[in-house]
Ligand binder design. Structure first.
Ligand code: ADP
Ligand code: MG
Length: 635
């Protein structure tokens, strides 16, 4: 007798559950999607013990007829699809008919549902995939699904569950983001007796963002859309794509992708292509290992996207993937460019909130490290003992009887001086939102340099306040854009070396050199192979000091070797430009005369993106006139 047996439905469902039901949040996702598919406008989610003990979803959607209520638990039972052709035009969130039987096979599930087309409702109880009860019940129209003791019969899976808080965080994030995608519906989420989210219908996504995150986040976001673009296919058809949503300004830098939410035709997905498009949009605006916050809605013809890639339906495949990639990248980047936000200095805080201060040396060191947590709220440093290599300076307003705003750091009688971190994503001080309309780099062109602090920062007066510009990063941005333009026009400014410089490369660097030698040439590096793994440099981009040339070349070869082997030519050029710009830019601790400062500010004003250096650091801080007036009690 043969050894192959057909598995029972119960086992098949449990196997399917392994893919569909990874954790409590996946149950919530499937049930929430079913409720949305059923046309619900009011969805309540109740959770106990992080979803292990209880997940209940109450909706006011279509409900199910008696026969359907039982059929729904059969494998591959769905009302959303009839033929394989429908797969090409899926406009519902569900379509595989797998979720309910899978969830029911690994929990104790109760379905209570009432369709408006029947006089009474039904209650179905299922334990570990076995139907226990099916009875008539008096119920309001809509559906209630209660899932208790998830994974009670799959101990192996239960072990993989994380802490209650972690599971709850996943659920909360999911419900929150579905609520953002459907501002016209009510959502409620409770954990035990705690209400985590409650939003009522509003007219726009912006209002929903406000409901969910509050006023504060709006200052950190750029809203856009819908931006649309059409594609003419080879078959002569026009396909339309539209993108709308919110992306964070470059000063928001997250350590992981958890704050990136992508919706394609209303479906929350995880997609590498779109994530890459988004990261490319922020390229050279935020540091490489950082991620933005993003809430993006991409809408397109249903036929343009295949959602039947994975049972959990979180992955998609686009028919015209490179078109979609470039469309998303360019749309997001375009919006970021338009907004040109500037970091503002924090307002003086009340005595109960000492505010974030840290010694200048630590400030510069953080800047040097440019770590991803650069903009996380800074913990106040109490009486630092370490000697500071540079005299410190005070930019926060003293709260004593003598209200003074003094830049003269030569005065010995100054109180212990500190420089404030641009605490741009901590809680905004009251009234800060009012400055928002002025928060743009637009007035850069009118800046009058007044002097330098520490031979490192240019102080300038502008029509909208006092500006502090970091001379190194400002110059870096100017040179970066210059080098990029030179790539485009193929007119790199070059300096010939008196003697060719010979460099020995390791194997990886040598391979990389062979690959990118043409691009190096376009940037102004004239090089040629010189025997075994050695190259000779005859000329380099103008502005690079002789001693820096070698460093830049190594940096470019190493960056591209490790990260960019598969990256586009554009990414490669940006990295070359960033390396050249960083080395060639004036350093901090360099005195500048008035003319040089003026030149620098003027060139900065001409930049396409004057608010952040190619590594993502802010270039300028502004003390708005309004805050100065407020500080002097004039308003
Ligand atoms: P799918 O969503 O892929 O069709 P499911 O197993 O999630 O498969 O659901 C099976 C069917 O049960 C759905 O096609 C739908 O007809 C019905 N259903 C599930 N949840 C609800 C709900 N909340 N309201 C109305 N009908 C529902
Ligand atoms: Mg479903």
């Amino acid at each position: 007798m043969g050894k192959i047996r057909v598995l029972s439905d119960a086992v098949a469902n449990q196997i399917a559950a392994g893919e569909v039901v990874e954790r409590p949040a996946s149950v919530v996702k499937e049930l929430l999607e079913n409720s949305l598919d059923a046309g619900s406008t009011d969805i309540r989610v109740e959770i106990e013990a992080g979803g292990r003990r209880l997940i209940r979803i109450v909706d006011n959607g279509s409900g199910m007829m008696r026969d359907d209520a039982m059929l729904a638990f059969e494998r591959h039972a769905t009302s959303k699809l009839t033929s394989v052709h429908d797969l090409e035009q899926i406009h519902t969130l569900g379509f595989r008919g797998e979720a309910l039987p899978s969830i029911a096979s690994v929990s104790r599930l109760t379905l209570e549902t009432h369709s408006r087309d029947e006089s009474s409702g039904s209650r179905v109880e299922i334990n570990g995939g076995k139907m226990i009860k099916c009875e008539e019940a008096g119920l309001a129209a809509g559906t209630i699904i209660t899932v208790r003791d998830l994974f009670y019969n799959v101990p192996a899976r239960k072990k993989f569950l994380r802490s209650e808080q972690t599971e709850l965080a996943h659920i909360a994030s999911l419900v929150t983001h579905y609520s953002l995608a459907h501002p016209d519906k009510s959502f409620e989420l409770t954990h035990g007796t705690t209400e985590l989210l409650r939003v009522s219908p509003v007219a726009s996504a912006l209002e929903r963002v406000f409901q969910v995150f509050g006023n504060r986040i709006l200052d950190d976001l750029v809203e856009f859309g819908p931006e649309s673009k059409s594609l003419a296919t080879a078959e002569g058809e026009q396909k339309h794509f539209a993108l709308s949503g919110f992306v964070s300004k470059p000063h928001i830098q997250k350590l992981n992708r958890n704050s990136i939410y992508l919706f394609v035709n209303g479906r929350l997905i995880r997609d590498k292509l779109l994530q890459h498009a988004l990261t490319s949009a922020y390229h050279n605006l935020i540091p490489p290992a950082c991620y933005p916050f993003a809430l993006l809605f991409l809408d397109c013809d249903f036929g343009e996207v295949d959602v039947n890639v994975h049972p959990s339906k979180t992955e998609v495949r686009f028919r015209h993937s490179s078109f979609v990639h470039d469309f998303v990248r360019d749309a997001v980047r375009g919006k970021l460019m338009e907004s040109k936000p500037v970091s503002s200095l924090p307002l003086p805080q009340t005595a109960s909130q000492p505010g974030a201060t840290l010694p200048f040396s630590e400030f510069t060191q953080r800047i040097e490290n440019a770590g991803p947590d650069l903009y996380d709220p800074v913990i106040p440093v109490a009486n630092p003992v370490a000697p500071n290599p540079m005299p410190e300076l005070r930019l926060e307003m003293p709260r004593g009887p003598e209200r003074r705003f003094d830049f003269n750091d030569a005065q010995p009688a100054q109180p212990p001086a500190r420089m404030r971190m641009p605490d741009t994503h901590g809680p905004l001080p009251p009234g800060a939102a009012a400055m928002n309309e002025m928060e743009s780099m637009g007035s850069l062109g009118d800046l009058r340099p007044l002097g330098q602090i520490h031979n490192s920062f240019i102080i300038a007066a502008g029509r909208d306040g006092l500006w502090i510009v970091d001379q190194h990063v400002a110059h870096e941005r100017i040179l970066f854009e210059q080098v990029l333009r030179q790539f485009a026009t193929r007119q790199a400014l070059q300096q010939r070396l008196l003697m060719p410089m010979v460099m020995e490369l390791n194997v990886g660097q040598h391979l990389e050199y062979a690959r990118i030698a043409d691009e190096l040439a376009k940037a102004g590096f004239e090089t040629e192979p010189f025997g075994n793994r050695t190259i000779a440099i005859q000329a380099a981009p103008a502005g690079l000091a002789q001693g820096d040339i070698e460093k830049v070349i190594f940096e470019i070869l190493d960056i591209s070797e490790t990260e960019l082997r598969k990256a586009s030519v554009e990414d490669l050029r940006r990295n070359i430009a960033a390396s050249v710009a960083c080395q060639a830019a004036i350093k901090i601790n360099t005195p500048l005369d008035h003319q040089k400062m003026e030149y620098l500010l003027m060139e900065l004003a001409k930049c396409e993106y004057p608010m952040a250096c190619p590594h993502g650091r802010p270039i300028a801080l502004r003390y708005a006139t309004r805050d100065i007036l407020r500080g002097f009690h004039r308003i």
